[in-house]
Design a protein around this ligand. Structure first.
Ligand SMILES: [Cu+2]
Length: 313
């Protein structure tokens, strides 16, 4: 018991020591795992990462155990390995199985990132400049928007903002929609990255790279230029906000963002009007039906008449 208490006390002391030295805080911020994914692709990637790790650990533990056995029992290797077809077969098939199980999901994800989706709600063209991003878009209603997005200075930041990550105009997109990103550059190589979506696309002058995104949750996601592009490479952040346009009206939007919002609002209104018209149509139809004599009674009348006629004969 005394030993246990000692150990407990020691661990608490170590914690206090770390907190005093502010190393504990550093440990909290420097998280060990990947970011939580917000898209199907990023969640698949995270699962694949865990799967790879489990295979690596299995191999590591297996090899350690085997070598431990070989060291302990000195005659064993000769006995097992000499003229043993079973062992030869095993060490040929097992690595093949491991490699295939790693390669299969890898190829599936590679192709699912680019070629799976064909119906997009909207397109956004992203252009990298030295040293800011500009966004242009076109909706299926034919309305367009375009704006530049610069990093905010330190004195412009408010409570809760992230340093070197906030921008003056951020990209606002609907969540649970397939959105096609077309990425290019006007001067040098840049790279548009969004770690929460496991996304990184090179912006190359004279070339248009395509990538599709679909967020499963609303929220603000940040990224940074990921290709060294000059002195202010670290100061051209990316901020994308995914919202449901009809519920999230507390934010302040720029004119261009309002334009996108109006497009979706217009669609929603069209749907509401259509629904009301449909209801009215059915209500009128129901009232009209009330005035018409039910068909069954008519048939009965006919039958009665027929009966009377027959009887009279
Ligand atoms: Cu850049």
């Amino acid at each position: 018991m005394k030993k246990l208490i000692m150990i407990k006390g020691d661990s608490i002391n170590i914690m206090f020591f770390l907190m005093k030295k502010k190393i504990f805080l550093l440990m909290m911020y420097g998280r060990m795992n990947l970011m939580d994914g917000v898209s199907m692709v990023s969640q698949n990637m995270m699962m694949f990462h865990q799967f790879c790790l489990s295979i690596i650990m299995t191999i590591l533990v297996g090899v350690c155990l085997l070598s431990f056995i070989c060291i302990k029992k000195k005659n064993l290797p000769v006995k097992i390995l000499y003229n043993a077809s079973v062992v030869e077969f095993t060490w040929t098939v097992l690595p093949m199985f491991f490699l295939l199980s790693l390669g299969g999901p890898c190829f599936y994800m590679l192709y699912s990132i680019e070629g799976e989706v064909t119906n997009y709600s909207m397109d956004v063209k992203i252009t990298g400049h030295q040293w800011y991003w500009s966004y242009e878009g076109n909706d299926y209603l034919g309305k367009s928007f375009s704006f530049d997005s610069y990093m905010k200075d330190l004195n412009e930041l408010k409570m809760g903002h992230s340093r070197l990550l906030e921008v003056d105009n951020h990209l606002l997109l609907p969540y649970k929609h397939n959105i096609r990103l077309l990425i290019t550059s006007s001067d040098v190589l840049h790279s548009w990255a969004l770690p929460k979506m496991a996304l990184k696309v090179d912006a190359i002058p004279g070339r248009l790279n395509m990538m599709s995104i679909r967020s499963m949750t609303p929220g603000s996601f940040y990224g940074q230029c990921s290709e060294i592009c000059g002195v202010n490479h670290s100061f051209m952040p990316i901020h994308v906000q995914f919202t449901h346009f009809f519920s999230d009206l507390t934010n302040v939007y720029t004119n261009d963002q309002l334009k996108i919002m109006n497009m979706y609002y217009y669609e929603k209104m069209k749907y509401i009007i259509y629904k009301k018209k449909l209801e009215e149509y059915y209500r009128n139809k129901a009232e009209a039906l009330k005035n018409i004599k039910p068909k069954i009674n008519n048939e009965m009348d006919d039958y009665d008449e027929l009966y009377k006629y027959n009887y009279s004969i």
